[in-house]
Structures are given as structure tokens and as C-alpha cells.
Ligand binder design. Structure first.
Ligand code: A3P
Ligand code: MG
Ligand code: MG
Ligand code: MG
Length: 364
């Protein structure tokens, strides 16, 4: 198979996305270790931190520099950082954004260098307000996915995807707290080699549609030494390790346990925040990702899935909703046609969906 690296189609996009995610991950890592996280509560009562704002500003700055005509759907907005009320948080975020750069100067130039001012930073954050849809080039950004994990010291991911006419073409996930090595077992917390070592920390996963998936250590320089990754072959679904959200409010852990039992799975679930779940199964550290609706009225957001979905598919897996339908990224900022997410190796995906339908159907 052609690899992510050996074809020029969308190569600049992939390169910029990889560098932008690495730079943003340097910022989030520094917040994770050195700062009060400056948590605010959003209107839906979910948290957002200075790390989320700073990472979004840096990623959008890099995209605007390289692809000024592209649209951007990003999770956060700058409203709470504006005016007198927002001054303190704004200044903290600005400090972070103005100080964070890749150590490799050439790479930093590729990203367009620093943001010019605090006001420019706020405007960049608000450039992520596209309504999305099925036409043209649209980037989806989740600057910190798994904010609750980030606050708890668990897993989180910096997520960036490019959609063209509603199809995900490029996906990048920076996971600063996952083990660097693809052969480490599935982990809930910080991997033993995830700490700084020659400027390396955690892992970045990437995929380009039709060209496979890769992983590479995150590094302060922005170096890109990529290895191909693949889902682990799984002959018997009963032997699977499955992962799910740490947050019971995001995915029904009771339904997942019932599904696992019916599939004959005996290993306990690995609970992990964020799209690190997609990256982990794509590199064969686990087999299944089950995300089962808790509330009928919740609609999944495109930035929570776009990058991870492509990475799992390109690593040889299949990703659908709980009814077996592909995720539809063409409908705006949300996946309004889909409920839940089931990611699995292709050969067992049908069996898993059958059991998911039985278990969810029996509740109605
Ligand atoms: N009721 C709900 N059901 C499913 N997902 C939810 C949810 N409420 C919030 N989320 C999403 O779950 C994401 C985290 O997923 P996970 O549980 O896999 O770590 C959050 O992303 P953010 O942390 O970017 O806000 C948020 O968008
Ligand atoms: Mg959020
Ligand atoms: Mg998210
Ligand atoms: Mg987020």
C-alpha cells in the first residue's frame, strides 16, 4: 500500500497539520505541568481551560498562514476572554501563545511564526466559527479533547482534521500522555515513557485517506519520524480488549459491559479519555472502542471524531455509529444523524454491531 509519506497529494496539508498539532501539544503540556489550568465553565456546564484556548489559537494561526481560504470548525470561542471580565485569562493565554514555538526554526516558519498580539489571538480563536457542511475545504479542531481527562491528569488529545466536501482526508491526533512506543499495552493514565526524553513526549497519530496511518513521537523540535501503524488482527472477538470513556456521562458503561458480556469478552474495559482511544486501537494497543449514548438528545460533535475516525479506518478498522452507519461529517458542526460510535477490526465489526443492536434494542 502507498504510505502516508510517499505521495504528494495533500502532503503540505498533512505536514502543516502535524507541525501545528505538535506546537499546540507543547503548549498544552506546559499547562498540564506548570500552570493552574484556568478552568472556566461553558454554557453547557462543560469545562474549558487556558490550554484549550491557547492550543486553538496556535493551530488556527498555522492554518490561516498556509491555507487562508479554508473554513474552520473549532470547538472553542473567545467570548470569555474579551473585555475587562476576560482580562486575566486573556493575559495568561497570551503569555502561553506568545512563548510557545517549535525548536526547529524552519518548521516554526512553515507555521508562520508567532501570533502578532493578544487581540489578533482572540480573532484567530473566533475564526473557528464555520458552520461546516458537505462543500469545500473545512478543518475541524478540538484543541483539547478530553478536557476532563486533562484536568484529572489522564489522557487527552489535540485533534485536527481536514474535510473536503464532507469527507475526512487528513487526520492528526497529538496524545501527549500516551506511551511513545506503539508496543506498550493500552494505558489509562500516563505511560511510563511519556515523560520528556530528548525533547520527546507522547505520540502523534496521523492518516491520509487512502494512504494508511502512522505514528511518531511528539517532540519539541517538531521532528517527524513516522512508523506505519495497523489494527491488531483479532480472530475471535471474545479475546478483545475494549476501551470506553472514563466519564460515565459521555458513554454508557453499563451498556458497554452488557455488550462485552454477550460477545464473550472477559477482559475488563480500559477507560481512557479523549480520541486517544481511536489512536490506541489504531496502533493495536487495544481492539474495540465502544461509545454508547447516555442521553437520547446528545449530538456528537464533528471535532470529537473526525481525526480519530480516519486514523482507525486507515489502520484497517471500521468505524460506525451504534446502528452500523458510517459517521456523516457533511451535516454541519454535529453528527446529527449518528448516535454513539463503534470502532472495531473489520472482520468482527458486524458481529459487534449485531450485539450492540440487541442490547440497545432490549432497553426500548
Ligand atoms: N453527554 C455526552 N455524551 C457524549 N459525549 C459528550 C457528552 N458531553 C460531552 N461530550 C463530549 O465528550 C468529549 C470527551 O470524550 P471522552 O469521554 O471520550 O473523553 C468531550 O470533548 P471535550 O473534552 O473536547 O469537550 C465532549 O465534547
Ligand atoms: Mg469541550
Ligand atoms: Mg472533544
Ligand atoms: Mg475539546
Amino acid at each position: 500500500m502507498a504510505s502516508v509519506r510517499d505521495n504528494q497529494y495533500l502532503d503540505h496539508e498533512l505536514h502543516v497539520a502535524l507541525l501545528a498539532v505538535q506546537r499546540a501539544a507543547i503548549l498544552t503540556k506546559s499547562v498540564f505541568h506548570n500552570h493552574a489550568k484556568g478552568t472556566l465553565n461553558k454554557s453547557d456546564a462543560s469545562p474549558v481551560t487556558i490550554g484549550d484556548f491557547g492550543a486553538q489559537a496556535l493551530i488556527i494561526s498555522a492554518l490561516q498562514h498556509n491555507f487562508p481560504d479554508d473554513e474552520i470548525v473549532a470547538e472553542e470561542e473567545a467570548k470569555d476572554l474579551r473585555g475587562e471580565k476576560g482580562q486575566e485569562v486573556r493575559e495568561t493565554v497570551w503569555n502561553l501563545v506568545s512563548q510557545t514555538r517549535l525548536e526547529n526554526k524552519e518548521y516554526e516558519e512553515t507555521l508562520g511564526g508567532s501570533v502578532k498580539s493578544a487581540d489578533a489571538m482572540l480573532d484567530l480563536i473566533d475564526k473557528g466559527d464555520s458552520q461546516g457542511g458537505g462543500k469545500g475545504r473545512i478543518w475541524a479542531i478540538d484543541p483539547i479533547d478530553g478536557t476532563k481527562g486533562f484536568l484529572r491528569g489522564g489522557q487527552y488529545a489535540v485533534c485536527l482534521a481536514l474535510m473536503i466536501d464532507g469527507d475526512v482526508k487528513v487526520g492528526v491526533l497529538g496524545c501527549p500522555n500516551l506511551p511513545i512506543s506503539d508496543s506498550e499495552p493500552l494505558t489509562e493514565g500516563i505511560g511510563k515513557d511519556a515523560s520528556d526524553e530528548e525533547g520527546k513526549f507522547g505520540v502523534v497519530f496521523a492518516a491520509k485517506e487512502g494512504y494508511g496511518a502512522v505514528s511518531c513521537p511528539l517532540s519539541k523540535r517538531g521532528d517527524l519520524k513516522m512508523d506505519e501503524i495497523n489494527m491488531k488482527p483479532l480472530e475471535n472477538v471474545a479475546d478483545a480488549t475494549f476501551c470506553e470513556s472514563v466519564e460515565a456521562g459521555h458513554s454508557s458503561q453499563g451498556d458497554a459491559a452488557a455488550i462485552a458480556k454477550k460477545l464473550g469478552i472477559t477482559k475488563p474495559s480500559v477507560r481512557m479519555d479523549s480520541q486517544a482511544k481511536y489512536g490506541s486501537i489504531a496502533r493495536g494497543a487495544g481492539d474495540l472502542y465502544l461509545r454508547l449514548p447516555v442521553r437520547a438528545d446528545y449530538v456528537e460533535k464533528i471535532w470529537d471524531h473526525a481525526a480519530g475516525e480516519l486514523i482507525v479506518r486507515e489502520a484497517g478498522g471500521m468505524v460506525t455509529d451504534s446502528e452500523g452507519n458510517r459517521l456523516n461529517f457533511k451535516l454541519g458542526r454535529t453528527l446529527k444523524e449518528n448516535k454513539g460510535v463503534i470502532a472495531a477490526p473489520k472482520n468482527v465489526h458486524g458481529k459487534v454491531i449485531e450485539v450492540v443492536k440487541e442490547v440497545l434494542g432490549a432497553k426500548q
